[in-house]
Write a protein that binds this ligand. Structure first.
Ligand SMILES: Nc1nc2c(ncn2[C@@H]2O[C@H](COP(=O)(O)OP(=O)(O)O)[C@@H](O)[C@H]2O)c(=O)[nH]1
Ligand SMILES: [Mg+2]
Length: 455
């Protein structure tokens, strides 16, 4: 099978806008020849060894100069894509970079599709699929912790773990299949219990990689935090105070906020997605009632909820429901509470909540600490734990889990080795999709389609 496509691709690899330099990437069997058609320097690129930079100009067909450039030459297989590649560094600017690209395209290259350089790197065996996804993760990381987790994957952490499970499966299924051959002669190599023990071990390892995905989700996507409470307790004021921005309208009239307002902010290296909501009350107003319904729905779907109470209201009126693990109680308007009131609240809350003033900012630091703590324990653990980091990987693991659970059930029911061997092979196929030993066009499109052009 010939994996390397015949055509040579080119794209601008740097983001649009003005900067010191822009890079145009060219890759494919004709990369060096095509660039030689437009590059004028003291040495031809064809006579330039790999890992070498040349200075010169890019010229149009009429020999007019497009830009003065530095050109790096990479020779297959020692390049990112594994093919002959050229990287043209031109001056950073929207127009000049696209002019250079246009000249290279006219000389015979084709505009690259999103992720096509990485796809070729995969097809040429330079990276596995989980590493390709780690590269996408590094590019899209918005927080330091998300970045660290992607770098861990790029080092091959996931590939290593999946390969280990795959080896266990290969060993196991060859034992089961061997058993099948000998069964005809009336001898058995393995006891049912031995097989079951190994199957359960594989199942446990798969489950671990799946649970790391759930934990790592907060690192990658951020934690969703909903601010709820009765009207006028200061939810919008708190939202604005956390964002340092007058994003939400604050007013003494109850029922001001009617829709969900969302903003992101990074606290302690973790991304939080805050939502301000309509105050929870019975309302005859249709719009406000819809707002209340949305607030309630968001409260159930969020990772964390901050329940805001008005501290100037009697402490006794505070409904002491069970405070959930995902819930933080914030008693607001500390600035207008007298000392005895403060004491009453502090006694009542203990460790379950914080006293704050959205107006002055007092107590905000304690609230932030509580926020980080409620994700922190989960987030910091997952930094050490490598597992699935994309939905695609998780789905492949989930399919593998389903199949290994089938195998486990078949073992427990003392079914024949044939059926067990079938489930084991299916499970092996599912796991092989993660690193790309088994791929389909659909899988490749799913992985590389999310990349930017030029990567
Ligand atoms: N004194 C004081 N007033 C506050 C505080 N937070 C909010 N308020 C006032 O309470 C009223 C309702 O605030 P708002 O943020 O709109 O409440 P929401 O309905 O829960 O969103 C406004 O008049 C705010 O100025 C606070 O910490 N201290
Ligand atoms: Mg409000």
């Amino acid at each position: 099978m010939k994996l390397t496509p015949e055509d040579t691709i080119a794209a601008i690899a740097t983001p649009p806008g003005e900067g010191a330099i822009s890079i145009i990437r060219v890759s494919g069997p004709m990369a060096i020849q095509i660039c030689d058609r437009v590059f004028v320097g003291s040495v031809k690129l064809a006579d330039t060894p790999g890992y070498t930079i040349r200075h010169g100009t890019i010229r149009r067909e009429d020999l007019s100069i497009v830009d003065e450039v530095l050109v790096s030459v990479f020779r297959a297989p020692r390049s990112f894509s594994g093919e002959d590649s050229v990287e043209v560094n031109c001056h950073g600017g929207m127009l000049v970079a696209s002019e250079v690209l246009g000249t290279i395209l006219e000389a015979g290259a084709r505009q690259a599709e999103p992720g096509e350089f990485s796809k070729r790197a995969f097809l040429n065996g330079k990276i596995d699929l989980s590493k390709a996804e780690a590269i996408a993760g590094i590019i899209s990381a918005q927080t330091r912790s998300a970045l660290m987790s992607s770098v861990e994957h790029l080092k091959g952490g996931l590939q290593e773990k999946v390969d280990k499970i795959r080896h266990m499966l290969v060993d196991l299924s060859s034992l089961v299949e061997l058993d099948l051959d000998f069964a005809e002669e009336g001898v058995s190599m393995l006891t049912a219990d031995q097989i079951l023990a190994k199957v359960s071990e594989v199942k446990g390892s798969i489950q671990e990689l799946i649970s790391a995905f759930e934990e790592g989700r907060i690192l990658r996507e951020g934690a969703s935090v909903v601010i709820t409470g009765k009207p006028n307790v200061g939810k919008s004021s708190l939202f604005n105070r956390i964002l340092n921005n007058d994003r939400a309208i604050v007013s003494p009239l109850p029922g001001t906020t009617r829709d969900l307002l969302e903003e992101n902010v990074t606290i302690g290296g973790v991304l939080f997605r805050f939502t301000d909501t309509a105050g929870i009350r019975d309302s005859v107003d249709v719009v406000e009632s819809e707002g209340v319904a949305r607030a309630r729905a968001r409260e159930t779907s969020s990772d964390i909820s901050i329940s805001v109470f008005d501290g100037t209201e009697p402490v006794d009126g505070f409904l002491e429901k069970e405070v959930g693990e995902r819930q933080i109680i914030a008693v607001n308007k500390l600035d207008i509470m007298d000392q005895s009131m403060r004491n009453k609240w502090a006694n009542r809350l203990g460790q379950t909540g914080v006293l704050i003033s959205a107006m002055t900012g007092e107590g905000l630091e304690s609230l932030k600490k509580k926020l980080i703590a409620s994700t922190g324990s989960r987030a910091s653990r997952s930094e050490e734990r490598v597992g699935a980091s994309t939905l695609r990987q998780k789905e492949a693991l989930a399919a593998g889990l389903f199949q290994i659970e089938n195998a486990e059930r078949l073992c427990q029911e003392h079914e024949g080795s044939e059926l067990i061997a079938f489930e084991l092979r299916e499970c092996l196929t599912s796991l092989s999709e993660i690193t790309g030993e088994v791929t389909t066009d659909e899988i490749l499109n799913r992985v590389f389609g999310q990349f930017c052009i030029g990567k």
